[in-house]
Structure formats: structure tokens, C-alpha cells
Design a protein around this ligand. Sequence first.
Ligand SMILES: NC(=O)C1=CN([C@@H]2O[C@H](COP(=O)(O)OP(=O)(O)OC[C@H]3O[C@@H](n4cnc5c(N)ncnc54)[C@H](O)[C@@H]3O)[C@@H](O)[C@H]2O)C=CC1
Ligand SMILES: O=C(O)C1=NCCCC1
Length: 317
Amino acid sequence: MYSDEFTVKENLSLSPLLEVLADVFHRYSKHDPSLEQPLRSILPINDQQNALLNLPCIDTQRGYMCVKTITSFPGILPAIDGVVSLFNSNNGRLLLIADAKEITARRTAAVSFLATKLLASNKLKNENAVLTILGCGVQGRVHLDVFTELFKWNKIYLWSRNMTHAINLQSDYSSKLNNIELLENLNDNRILQSDVICTCTASKEALLSLHQVKKGVHINAVGSFRATMRELADDLMLSSDTTVIVDSKESAMKEAGEIIQSKAEIVAELGELIENNEFCDGISKDKITIFKSVGMAIEDLAAAIVLYEYLQECREK
Ligand SMILES: NC(=O)C1=CN([C@@H]2O[C@H](COP(=O)(O)OP(=O)(O)OC[C@H]3O[C@@H](n4cnc5c(N)ncnc54)[C@H](O)[C@@H]3O)[C@@H](O)[C@H]2O)C=CC1
Ligand SMILES: O=C(O)C1=NCCCC1
């Protein structure tokens, strides 16, 4: 069965995806032996920023195995291309091949939302909450889709190095939302009003420093996945007001520029926060929380399982 990007978009629902993501993140961080995920391979092409990535994992508890093979060519749009393959882990049969662009986009934004729910639940109770998205490429757009599907924001600010991307995104949303405003530069004081910020760029230099954000902000830093990439400055990473959470300690220490360059302490993995009210409720309102995501195979597995099981259900009806 092949699912192209439109099929993925139409059939991959966020609510079951969030549930399966929470389960696999929890089991990953508990080192559950039924879930195996080696460090992914990232093969740079001719020492340039382009790369071939391979992300495998096995979940014998759910009875699936998954491998995503993608290219990342930041200079060519869309930057990511490839496929996600889902197999039965009991008999080795191939079950589904799906477009990796859409799976990667939606699962990454869903993980950012999960992190926001766990680390900043107080912000999601606030009717006046403000969301800012930096970078309006594929990830910026899908973060806007997912974050507005799951929560009603009072105000949304968009910034992109290429302002046309931000203008187009605002305009595509104009019939649905009239509370989106554009930021022309990163010194705009409106960033200081943000309760949640998602950074979704391929930047190699820090875009956000400590003085640009308010105390208590939650940041999902999505863009960097190499030692040379980063979106957040050292003073933000290293502030005593900051708590840094990652998807995987092993991956973040190898791939996340912000962590590698700043040597910031990683307080926990996202999976350690699942069913851990003591930790989540114990985060003071004034703490800046940073979720640094680099991406993992189990996220693609979760998305492929939800999509496959839903398509099977539709077939059987
Ligand atoms: N954490 C994760 O699981 C995932 C992370 N990513 C990463 O997220 C980033 C965004 O991915 P896509 O939206 O798919 O790419 P894209 O190519 O669609 O968008 C990239 C955005 O970054 C901006 N940008 C590039 N260099 C910049 C700079 N120096 N300063 C400011 N903005 C800059 C571009 O203007 C564009 O808005 C990439 O670095 C990608 O590798 C992508 C997928 C999953
Ligand atoms: O997890 C992924 O998939 C990716 N992570 C970093 C950038 C390329 C795709």
C-alpha cells in the first residue's frame, strides 16, 4: 500500500498520533526492551550541507518495524524527500510505504505540541496565550496548522528570513484566522509577549537570545540537527532560568548544535515527562522551558502505525 502526501495529510489524525507518540516516547526513555532504536545515520554528501538520512526502529510490543529514508537538501524545496516503510515485526511483511515529507512534517509538529502540553500546560489554559513561529518553510507552516488545530491562540506572530514565506502563510490563513501578525525583524518587542515560540529554521547562527524572550516562555527548537546548526544563543541555553528537555539525550548530544556548542545541561528527555505530573507541575511559572527536538525514528513509526491502522479500518468498512 502506498500513501502519497495527500493521503497522509487527509488520513493522519492528530489525536491518535499524540497518543501513540506519548507511548513510544515514554517507552523509549524507560529503555523498554520491546522498543529498539539505534542512532540514525546521517551521511553528508560531498561534505556539503546536503545529506542522506536513515532512521530505523523496531517495536515488538505493537508488532511493527519502521525505517525512514530521506534526503535533506536545504537549498532545494522541499528540503526533505523520501519514504517511510512500515513492516510487520512478527512475519517481516511490508505493510505500508508512505510519503516522508508529510509524515516528517506532521509528526515533528505533533511532538512540539506534546512538549508544549507537558512543559507549558499553564499556557494552554490561558485564553490570551500568544504563539510565535520563526521560519515559515514546511515546518513553520505545519506547526501553524497543528498548533491552531489543537489550541485557540489569542495572537500569532510569524517571522521568516524570507518575508514572502510569512506573507504567503498569513494570507493562506486569512479566511480562517484574523489574529496573525507579521514580524519584520527579530528585535520586534512583540516576541517578548510570546508564551510559546517555535523555531523552525535551518539557521547556523542563533536567532534568539535571552533578552528577546520573557520569563516563563516555552520554546520548541526544531531546526538544528547538526553540530554546526543552531537557533538559540548560549545565554538562553545556559541561563539559570532555563530548563532544557530533549527528545533523545543520545541524539541531542550528537546532533543538536545548541546543546553541543553551549554544553548546556539536559535536564530530561520528553519521554521522562510522560505520566510524571510531579516533574511537570514542579516547573516554576518563571522558568524558560526549551524543548530541543532533532527528530527520531520512533516518531515516524508512531505516524506510520496510526496511518496504517486507520487505512486498514477504512478498507474493512
Ligand atoms: N526536529 C525535527 O524532527 C526536524 C527538523 N527539521 C529541520 O527543521 C528545519 C526546517 O525544515 P523545513 O521547514 O522542512 O525546511 P524549509 O527549507 O522548508 O524551511 C527552512 C526555513 O529556514 C529558513 N532559514 C534558512 N536559513 C536561515 C537562517 N540562516 N536564518 C533564518 N532562517 C533561515 C528559511 O528561510 C526557511 O523559512 C530544517 O533545518 C530541518 O532540517 C526538519 C524535519 C524534522
Ligand atoms: O527527524 C527527521 O526526520 C529529520 N530531522 C532533522 C532534519 C531532517 C529530518
